[in-house]
Design a protein around this ligand. Structure first.
Ligand code: 1HN
Length: 349
């Protein structure tokens, strides 16, 4: 049988499909080519959201509903190819969350893993399983599956961050559980900086086994990651497709920081233009510093700090930096690699 063409229908065949269809059967040969495609086919399309517009509408939402009433005051970034599905890619969710000064986003927990990437404001906290962390611009913070979490803003300015969750993936597996807490905020049971000291200093408690697959570090401060990139650039070894690209790591097993989602931070020096690459993990990019342009499937997106753009699976991507630029990104590569699915093709050595 051809991989791409479906056999011609005949009146006898159609009558047969009709008969078996009434009893919940379908002939594989009439759907095979759509099920097993030669290459990834997706409704996900490239798109860019401007932070300035998002911030304006988030602040407007801030006048319409409180964080408490909304549970989470978030504007979802919906892929234009999949409107109404709360997805930025086929497997991933993205939203922008606003917490105003004095507000609390109440404690809850769920099966879905979440990441936060801080985009505006300074000094709000998120609490995960009894420990708070204070958030600053560019910090990457994780909420492992089934961990209690709440957010609060004791600063005097609005805080906005990007939420990335594996919601569509969890729905795909029909594995979603969630519960709220009777108390609005968790009681604090560990001092600030406890996880960082225990797990973030190239040390681990001897015999450590958290029983959780996510990293025990839950705030990866931008200051530290950025400093690492800056010190490495002196070596002048740029990957032709990715510049200087690092992945956030779980110190316990060397894997990605979260079980389903992979996160990255990359530096593209001023004037650098990458070679093309494509990979099976549709990716959400967030420029943290600098300006540049990314071409995705032939379409050019000019970006600046805090804009958000998405590249679908298996579409050619190339970046060009007009200034020294830093990009944060996340994708489902962590899951795909565990499942033996991930592929990358480089149009370069
Ligand atoms: C969630 O728990 C948060 O904790 C944000 O801030 C967005 C979207 C869907 C489901 C849970 C948060 C979310 C979410």
């Amino acid at each position: 049988m051809s991989m791409t063409e479906k056999p011609a229908e005949t009146p006898e065949r159609l009558a047969f499909y009709e008969k078996i269809g009434r009893e919940a059967y379908t002939p594989l040969w009439s759907v095979f080519a759509e099920l097993v495609t030669r290459e990834p086919k997706s409704r996900c399309v490239p798109h860019l959201w401007r932070f300035d517009q998002a911030r304006e509408w988030l602040l407007e939402a801030g006048g319409l509903i409180t964080a408490k009433e909304a549970e989470r005051r978030v504007l979802i970034l919906e892929n234009p190819g999949m409107r109404g599905e709360s997805k930025i890619t086929t497997s991933l969710y993205a939203g922008l969350q606003l917490v105003l000064p004095g507000e609390i986003a109440p404690a809850h927990r769920h099966s879905q893993t979440a990441l936060r990437f801080v985009l505006d404001g300074d000094g709000a906290y998120t609490a995960v399983d009894g420990e708070r962390t204070i958030m600053h611009y560019g910090d990457f913070v994780i909420t492992p599956p089934w961990a209690w979490h709440d957010h609060g803003n004791d600063s005097d300015a609005p805080m906005i961050w990007l939420d990335g969750l594996d919601i569509p993936m969890t729905s795909f597996f029909d594995a979603s559980f969630a519960e709220g807490n009777t108390a609005e905020e968790q009681s604090v049971s560990r001092p600030l900086g406890d996880s960082d000291a225990r797990y973030g200093a190239n040390l681990l408690p001897v015999d450590f086994d958290s029983g959780v697959r996510a990293s025990p570090i839950f705030n990866y401060p931008y200051e530290r990651s950025r400093d690492a990139l800056e010190r490495m650039r002196a070596q002048d070894e740029w990957d032709s497709c990715h510049g200087l690209k690092m992945r956030y790591v779980n110190p316990v097993d060397g894997g990605f920081a979260m079980p389903t989602m992979a996160t990255f931070l990359q530096l593209l020096p001023k004037g650098f233009a990458t070679a093309r690459y494509r990979s099976t993990d549709a990716t959400v990019f967030v420029p943290v510093e600098g300006r540049g342009r990314t071409t995705i499937d032939g379409e050019v997106f000019a970006w600046g700090p805090r804009d958000i753009f998405v590249a679908p699976s298996w579409k050619w991507i190339e970046h060009a930096a007009d200034e020294d630029a830093v990009l944060f990104s996340y994708s489902d590569r962590a899951a795909q690699q565990k499942l033996g699915l991930w592929r990358e093709q480089r149009d370069a050595p």
